[in-house]
Design a protein around this ligand. Sequence first.
Ligand code: AHR
Length: 512
Amino acid sequence: MFEAQLIVDRDFALAPLDRRLFGVFVEHLGRCVYNGIHEPGHPTADEHGFRGDVAELTKELGATIVRYPGGNFMSGYNWEDGVGPKEQRPRRLDLAWFSTETNQVGTHEFMHWCRKIGIEPMFGVNLGTRGPDEARHYLEYCNHPGGTALSDLRRSHGAEEPLGIKFWCLGNEMDGPWQICQKTPDEYGRIAKETAKLMRWVDPSIELAACGSSAYDMPSYGVWEDRVLEHCFEFVDYLSLHSYFVKPPVGQGSDTSTEAFFAQIETNARYIEDTVAIADAVATRKRSNKRLKLSFDEWNVWYRARHGEHLKQAGWPEAPRLLEEVYTAEDALLIGGMLTMMMNHADRLKVACMAQLCNVIAPIMTEPGGPAWRQTIFHPFAQAARWAHGEVLRSVVKSPGYANARHGELPYLCASVVDDPATGRTAVFLLNRHLTEEMDLSITLRGLGAERRLVQAEQLHSADLNASNTADAPDRVAPQPLEGIAILDERLSVKLRPASWNVIVTQAIRAA
Ligand code: AHR
């Protein structure tokens, strides 16, 4: 057993937490859409073919925004293929995933699904094979009230009212050699600027995200951000980040240990901080007070189902099984730690999308005609999305730590605290990275109300870090009650099991 402390103070708030930090991603890829969220023959399917069981799990996950329709798919997509009578929609070769796209799900079907879930859509425009002209037309089709050819076309397709899609991504991973029509930073920066300009003229109420590099460890990282923003800084609201956590982690040699795996939390913190620094340097150069926001619109663990037939199958199949990563308890702990880190960057990080939602590197898995179940990573996401409301407080962590090749000494404790003055509730999120020892933790919640009552306390822990949830055993890894929390005035004390993710929610009975 070892001792650790977490201290927060009501007066030391970092920023309001943007609830769009709990976003997800639905791409036309593998079985994410077809035979995932959409399976017309399934016993739970609605009149549009969307599975009711997946819809219920998505609500339980608590996702607030969903990115669509890609990903790499976006860079070859013709939005016109996915609107109008279904029987007239073309079948196309999808060059991103070497599959056949049937276009049976398109803009209107996806918007129906968003409304059914109660989730905000985040759409993207194709800046690979297409460009500004297509983007302005797509936006006009979606958001213009009526009286023009495109907005009236939408109305003739059954959507009398504008779709009101507010958040738009300007392409996807345009620096990647795998991207359909990869671009140089100057080519992309110019196109992003001109596209943003036209889109804002069509609908000034939208928010726009430009593509950052497709990963922190891309050779293009840094120079890409700087050059792209040189062109489009004044025209966009967000810069995107993408990160997939791998084993062994980048920059840590061949170290496949869990401790090194968990150090990717710090790697991604650096990624965010470095990106903020670059954006602010561009602002300085431009004599601008603007502070660009970040959209971490792809993030997850992805290293097992990442090669060979997991990426590409012969014969241009429809909805093949691609990127179907099976997650472990170890992955769920890293996801929990990542969530604490992202909350702790809430001053600049406003949007994030776990990639993806269903079957494809996903918290929800399905079998055609069969069940849907929660992967291990579902749980920390759902807990954070449920309880993190209000303002993120600056956490002071005092904890022993371990040595890491890339980052030096790392504390065993990762923590974030979110306080909601409206309800008096304070949610504390905790990862004990020690693999064998219990943590004796003291939590001080200064100025948040003298008397507190416990609202909820749960832990996620598995004796076997390789344990996963399957169709046969869907709840092998699931949260359990966290017992033994002592509350004395402003202090909570609790023992956290080794290798555990924990959520403690308390509520002030009397104001401070
Ligand atoms: O999420 C899977 C793929 O990963 C996305 O299509 C792409 O943007 C990224 O490289």
